[in-house]
Design a protein around this ligand. Structure first.
Ligand SMILES: Cc1ncc(COP(=O)(O)O)c(C=O)c1O
Length: 305
């Protein structure tokens, strides 16, 4: 186990004691990797049960299931024989429109289908966002703690990661002063996860506005991961970051996985919430479109929904 979590065995003394060793933090360690090591280390004889607080699949519990309306819609689409071919790589027009209409309900302006790109879960939306923004020398600002896939995708795309802390004493708000110190002319975006994973934060309207104003001042995009959108506990209602799209362009990422309790359907979205049309100037739409077409995404969810 020591080797697997990155401690060098030469530093363990011959008699088995571990004085004077140094912990070398491996670059590729993940929370899932640590969890699985811990789970493997549990004594079989120990009768106590372990509750995982890292379970992100609501369907694993029988008390949570999706609505019969959604199940019926998928069954009808499957049986209709109309959706057995390849769908457009950016998603079916009716799927894109349905998501634009759904998200527009909480925004002070209306999204169009052209703003919406269908992905294989929110995970692929994260990958699309980071791939699109990566270029030599670029960096991205990630919250600490963060959902680990961001770091993995950034490493894979050669994007430098800079971390800003979430402040526990302020309800895990973003440390805006740190953002200003970290950002430079090579910073392409900052990521917020709201409602938050892993901290469970739900940001207030005021805090989200301050994030937008800071990003605008620094001339960087905001990537808003809203995969837990509307799953808000506590006093703050869920406010989509897109509400502040007129201050700074927002890339909103989401999926059916959590709110509809169907992570296995793998239907997600990447949405440009940009009422001032700033994305249009640097041709982000055509870039996105080209990117989506290059990568052939054929998956069950987008064909049906
Ligand atoms: C913050 C966050 N973003 C994205 C995802 C991935 O969502 P999906 O299952 O739709 O790919 C998760 C899943 O747990 C998540 O917690």
């Amino acid at each position: 186990m020591i080797e697997r979590i990155g401690l060098s065995m030469e530093k363990v003394k011959e008699n088995g004691t571990m004085n004077n060793y140094e912990v070398e933090t491996p670059k590729n360690i993940t929370i899932k990797g640590i969890l699985s090591l811990l789970m493997q280390s549990i004594e079989e004889k120990d009768g106590r049960s372990v509750i995982s607080l890292g379970m992100g699949d609501p369907s694993a519990y029988s008390c949570f299931h999706t609505t019969p309306t959604a199940q019926q819609a998928v069954a009808d689409a499957l049986l209709s024989d109309k959706f057995n071919g390849y769908s457009p790589t950016v998603g079916l027009p009716q799927t894109r429109k349905a998501i634009a209409d759904y998200l527009s309900r909480d925004l002070p302006y209306k999204l169009s289908s052209d703003d919406v790109f269908i992905t294989s879960g929110c995970t692929q939306a994260i990958d699309v966002a980071l791939t699109m923004l990566a270029r030599p020398g670029a960096n991205i600002l990630l919250p600490r703690p963060c959902f680990p896939i961001y770091e993995l995708c950034a490493a894979f795309r050669g994007l430098e990661v800079r971390h800003f802390d979430l402040l526990p004493e302020k309800g895990w708000e973003v440390d805006l002063d740190a953002i200003e110190v970290l950002a430079d002319q090579n910073t392409v975006a900052l990521v917020i996860i709201n409602p938050g994973n892993p901290c469970g934060n739900v940001y207030s309207y005021q805090h989200l506005k301050e994030i937008a104003e800071t990003a605008e001042k620094l001339k960087i995009l905001v990537i808003a991961d809203e995969v837990y959108g509307h799953l808000a506990f506590g006093n703050n209602p869920f406010v989509p970051m897109g509400v502040f799209g007129s201050i700074v362009p927002i890339l909103t990422l989401g999926s059916l996985s959590k709110r509809w309790i169907v992570p296995g359907w793998r239907l997600g979205w990447f949405v440009t919430t940009d009422p001032s049309g700033m994305f249009r100037k640097p041709k982000v739409y055509s870039l996105l479109f080209a990117f989506c077409v290059i990568r052939t995404w054929h998956f069950v969810g987008s064909q049906f929904l």
